[in-house]
Design a protein around this ligand. Structure first.
Ligand code: SF4
Ligand code: FE
Length: 489
């Protein structure tokens, strides 16, 4: 692996020069700008863990393409053990950063595209998988971070891609040349985009034959001159941007992953970087597999985050002298129960995974959808319990400027104190951590990341095999099935 640790990852980002805007100004160095640096540090943790003996087994894998040791985030799952190791790795990373470390999006994109490219080639005699393998070997050997770019702006949602008044609402091919294609459009909510090396463009939805120009899968270097990124605002980001170390709650890693708009302004993509080009019938499978992998993750990365939140609340109870209260213990027990329930579904959909025809393993898609659906409830319930236990003070605390003020600092220290042997600063820091982890952007990510709740419900209903369940009920109720009735005739 060319990039061996977090520091080398940071340096690799300084070696490229993508066009990124934030609050109307260009960001020159994402590793040092206060808006992006925390998110870069969170992603850097994926590199750091691979360099530590304790986590090496989880954070690295052996490439089935080269036999080399690679980051797990660039690996194509070869068996159920790989799927489970990924889940364990994501929980550890959630515990270490308490935020989104971003690198799983590209990871899931790699796995979805790999398995589908194989199937396209088998059916149509194309050579997409060979091209993809060549690109992937470089990603693996150099240990690059890939942003999986799926979500299009979608414009008027009552119309499909081909019927939009502005076709750029979906990324599409605007020109076909002998040596490649030119694409235009944008991707929104792109987690980790500003600190990735490569963009893996995928379609956002299942497409029909009329939408062939939108059926494009390809890879583009992050600093391609035709690409512009706009980094998004987050709740309380001014605290982060002003380097308010206590008030930002989670200063090292930020409240949530860090998302950006990626705009493609007539970007030329050469043939060797194109992995699907017009074969609309396969787009649904790419979206479906990508979504399943990413939904499986949420019971792991979010569980790691919930572990930290539970620890924060438990410590706050100690600071406030309430830790022994039976209702406090009961609510903390519930937080743990919900977290472990979520984790169980991540493990379950991995343990029930199966090989696709390419040999790449895919999680159980029904259980993955159930897992993410539960995140949209359990994480919110865990956050509700945390706010309940923390008390109203997380919304009314004076700022760190007042804590350190010569005029009023003594009042903050006196009236925000807890038990005698724990410094008041601990109470304020933990309060701010809980505030950051239960508010605004962090919780929105849990609801809508990896697809909004309705997207999972559609899949759960579709895969629920109601006909089979009806047959089971009929059999036990003594109602003859259609076949039995026919036999009697
Ligand atoms: Fe990974 Fe979770 Fe972030 Fe998705 S939300 S990229 S699974 S850490
Ligand atoms: Fe996410």
């Amino acid at each position: 692996m060319k990039i061996k640790n977090g520091a080398e990852y940071m340096q690799s980002l300084r070696d490229v020069n993508p066009k990124i805007y934030y609050k109307g100004k260009r960001i020159e160095d994402v590793t040092r700008h206060p808006a992006t640096a925390p998110h870069v540090r969170a992603a850097a943790m994926t590199y750091a863990l691979a360099s530590r003996e304790k986590y090496r087994d989880l954070a690295t894998a052996t490439s089935h393409l080269t036999g080399n040791v690679i980051s797990r985030f660039t690996h194509v799952h070869q068996n159920i053990e790989d799927l489970i190791k990924k889940i364990k790795l994501l929980r550890v990373l959630g515990q270490k950063t308490a935020t989104c470390f971003q690198r799983c999006v590209g990871f899931d994109g790699i796995n979805a595209v790999y398995s589908v490219a194989y199937e396209v080639d088998q059916k149509l005699g194309t050579d997409y998988l060979e091209r993809f393998k060549k690109w992937l070997i470089r990603i693996q050997d150099e240990n690059l971070m890939v942003v999986g770019a799926m979500t299009d702006p979608k414009g008027d949602r009552s119309k499909g891609p081909a019927d939009q008044p502005d076709l750029d609402q979906y990324v599409h091919v605007v020109e076909r040349r002998d040596d490649g294609v030119v694409i235009r459009g944008a991707k929104l909510h792109m987690t980790g985009a500003v600190n990735s090396h490569e963009i893996l463009v995928m379609p956002t939805t299942a497409l029909d034959e009329r939408s062939k120009d939108f059926a494009i899968v390809c890879a583009i270097p992050i600093d391609h001159p035709g690409i512009t990124m706009i980094f998004g605002r987050q709740a309380s980001d001014d605290r982060r941007d002003r380097l308010e170390w206590i008030d930002s709650g989670k200063p090292r890693f930020g409240a949530v992953g860090g998302e950006a708009v990626i705009a493609f302004d007539d970007v030329f993509v050469p043939h060797e970087r194109i992995f699907l080009n017009g074969e609309a019938e396969f787009t649904g499978t790419i979206v479906y597999r990508f979504a399943a992998h990413h939904r499986a993750n949420y019971g792991a990365c979010k569980t790691g985050i919930m572990d930290v939140l539970t620890g924060a609340v438990a410590y706050l109870a100690q600071i406030q002298g309430t830790a022994k209260g039976s209702h406090i213990r009961e609510k903390i027990t519930e937080m743990i129960h919900l977290s472990e329930t979520l984790y169980s579904s991540s493990i379950a959909c991995s343990a029930e995974g199966e090989a696709t025809p390419s040999g790449a393993y895919l999680v159980d898609t029904m259980l993955a959808n159930v897992c993410k659906q539960n995140v949209t409830r359990f994480h919110f319930e865990v956050a509700r319990l945390a706010i309940d236990l923390a008390g109203g003070f997380i919304a009314t605390m004076p700022s760190e400027y007042d804590l350190h003020s010569e005029d009023v600092g003594h009042l903050v220290k006196k009236y925000f104190s807890g038990v005698a042997d724990i410094p008041v600063e601990d109470r304020i820091k933990i309060g701010r951590l809980i505030e950051a982890m239960t508010g605004g952007t962090a919780m929105i990510e849990s609801m809508h990341g990896a697809g909004s709740p309705q997207a999972q419900r559609i899949m759960i209903f579709r895969e629920g095999d109601l006909e089979k369940k009806i047959k089971l009920a009929k059999a036990l109720a003594g109602i003859p099935s259609k076949r039995d009735k026919k036999k009697k005739k």
